[in-house]
Design a protein around this ligand. Structure first.
Ligand code: MF3
Ligand code: CO
Length: 254
């Protein structure tokens, strides 16, 4: 079932998303050479709690994982696409660093991710990050009543081709709101005009994930997912609501 959220409910998801955006911004600012992933995780936890909210991933068991997640942020480096655990690793010059973060506030969830260049990165990496960001922006433009889920996947795939990078096929976006993951599944590829028709009140977490090499992923011992050929990956995500006309991003800075 794909939920249709009321205006009041969307406002609550936006309140959750506002907290998320503020915390993510502060954490991203600290993501510099020499800073450990654990320090960034601790900062995210502290700021979220101070805002009266809870980190949504902490204690959550994602599909295909044996253990529940033990941190506030997902901190995925270079070839790791998602679910990277914050360790004592210190960020290095040239790292492609992804922070994925979820917030639960007054019963409502929001989810967002960014990719950050640490120090000086290669041209190839820069192109990858740029492509993924543009794909999310374009997908959000597509997310309008009357359009279909396939339109979102189609535009994301089109941008990947344009920038000569690969869509990671086995990871998807999702509905969100009363739960972190709800229907529908949002593929990062697809055909125009196919799939579920988008309606006002739907709340979606759109999250393109691209790589410079393969579209295949493998699960590592720590249950994170990495590209099979160890090529670089990038990820951006926003939680959005479909409106009467167009859509609005609910995980923006206030
Ligand atoms: N942010 C992920 C998603 O978009 C969820 C991470 S769940 C965790 O679906 F448990 F791994 F943190
Ligand atoms: Co998500």
């Amino acid at each position: 079932m794909v939920r249709i959220y009321s205006q009041e409910e969307i406002e609550k998801i936006a309140a959750s998303g506002g907290i998320l955006a503020n915390v993510l911004k502060s954490v991203a600012k600290e993501a510099k050479i020499g800073v450990s992933l654990k320090d960034l995780d601790n900062l995210a936890f502290k700021l979220t709690k101070e805002a009266g909210a809870d980190p949504a991933f902490l204690g959550y068991r994602p599909r295909g994982a044996e253990k529940s997640y033990s941190a506030s942020i997902c901190s995925s480096l270079n070839d790791v696409v998602v679910h990277g655990l914050p360790t004592s690793y210190k960020l290095k010059n040239g790292d492609i660093f992804k922070i994925d973060f979820g917030v639960k506030y007054q019963g409502f969830y929001s989810d967002s991710a960014i990719t950050i260049a640490i120090g000086k990165i290669s041209k190839e990496a820069d192109n990858l990050i740029n492509a993924t960001k543009i794909a999310l922006d374009e997908a959000i433009c597509m997310a309008q009543p009357g359009n279909h889920l396939g339109d979102i996947g189609w535009i994301i795939e089109k941008i990947a081709k344009k920038f000569k990078v690969k869509v990671i096929k086995n990871l998807t976006g999702h509905g969100i709101g009363k739960n972190l993951h709800e229907e529908p599944t949002i593929y990062n590829f697809g055909e125009k005009g196919t799939g579920l028709e988008l309606k006002p009140g739907m709340v979606l977490a759109i999250e393109p994930m691209f790589s410079t090499g393969t579209d295949q992923i493998i699960q590592k011992k720590d249950e994170s997912w990495a590209t099979r050929d160890r090529s670089l990956s990038a990820h951006f995500e926003h939680t959005i609501a479909i409106r009467e006309s167009g859509s609005s991003v609910l995980t923006n800075y206030i």
